[in-house]
Structures are given as structure tokens and as C-alpha cells.
Design a binder for this molecule. Sequence first.
Ligand code: 3PY
Ligand code: MG
Length: 258
Amino acid sequence: MLANAVKAKLKQNQAVVGTLLDQFWQPVTVRLLANAGFDFLFLDTEHASPDNSELINVIQACRMVGITPIVRPIDKEYPLIARVLDMGAQGIIMPRVETPEQAAQIVQYAKFPPDGVRGFGTFMPLDYEAVGLDDAIPFLNEQTLIVTQIETAKAVERVEDILSVDGIDVAFIGPFDLSTSLGVPGQVMHPQVIAAIERVIAAAQVRDIAIGVFYQTPEDIAFWHARGVRFLTCKTVSGMFRRRAAELNEQIRAAISG
Ligand code: 3PY
Ligand code: MG
């Protein structure tokens, strides 16, 4: 059975680095990003719309090349969570969590009994190995990474209660929604945003929960890493592609201009 390398590194207090896949839902994209050395792919179905076969192929490719697939479902519903875990996702990133009740519900949906209510019925999370349920269930319950996004002022107000729910592995800040909710949209390093994130960090650290962020530059990532953040997501794949294409175009034009 395939262990969750990201979860293991977080448990050992190591940092993990990933990027957000929003376009180019192909196994070749996964292979390129694994080759680049990322630990995980944040597979976004909240703001991107892969179809089921694209998502399955990408998740399966991740498992085969050793980059941890973690899916963000569009919402906190059982069919959306169970479906992607059944495809072989090794974790979920749940957007817009604002109450401890929602956090507890997510944990329930992501875990098999006795820890939760997830139904058993797929070989994909076991890579088609013949494993009995008595071995598979505790293994998958243990290995599945549960990431709760804290990305609104309301969530920050209740962050201590939300992170007191058993079974949450990572508190993940979405700075774009958080800055918007705080009235400074897009100003992801605004002092108000920084203060809110620092409150999340304090609440997570006393509960031994890892902290994650999504930022656009290595400098911002390093700023948060220095403050204890270890689940580090940088850029989107389409953003990376667009930026590099623009840089290359500029460099070519500069090189050929008189
Ligand atoms: C946000 O910034 O709102 C996010 O959810 C990033 O993934
Ligand atoms: Mg968000």
C-alpha cells in the first residue's frame, strides 16, 4: 500500500513544497512536475473543472511517479469528498471552512468507520493490490491528509474552535479569499492579512497541526516558512506557464532589438 509521503514529512516537522494544478490535466503534466521535484500537487476542482476521467488519470499518474495527489473539492459534501478519495487522492483540501461543525463533518466524510462514515468500495487507493478491509481501512484512515482552509474573517474568528476538531492535519490559509474577506482584496501581504494569518499559526501550533499557505512568489513563501508554515504551495501551473512564456518573449525581443 502506498504511504502518504507528505503526511510523513509533516509529522517529522519537515517542509513540503507543491504547486496548484488548474489546467493541463494530463499525466504528462504530472510527470513534468514530479520531475521538477515537487512533493505534492494541489489538484484544484474548486476553481478549475477537470472531468472525472482527467482527474482519475492525473491522480493515478501522481501515485505512479511519486508526487502526492491532494484534491480540493468544490464543497463540503460527501459525494465530492468520497469520489476523489476513491480515485486515489491521498488527501483533501477543503475550502471555506468556517465552523467546527463543518470541520468535523469533513473528517467524518473522509474516514472509514469507526473514525467516520466513508463507504468502502474501490481498488484505486490501494493501487489494485489485494488487501483485506481489516488492513486497508486503518491504513487509509491513517494516511489520508485532511487540510482545512481558513480563508475568511469568520473562520479566523473561530479558528481555535475549528482546529480543536480531531483529525485535521493542516490549517491552510487562502490569502486571496482572506484578503478579500478582510476588505483588502488581493493585498496578500497587507498587515491585516498578516495579523490574521499569525492568529491561525498560533492556534495551529499549540494544537500540533501543520500550517499551509498558497503564495505566488518564493519570497512570500520564505516569509511564511520562517514563521513556521511547512505546507508550502507556490503558484498555479497556468500562472507558471504564462509568466515563463512572457519572460521568454521579452528576452527574445530584447536580444534581437538593435
Ligand atoms: C485563496 O487564496 O483564496 C486560495 O484558496 C488559494 O488556494
Ligand atoms: Mg480560496
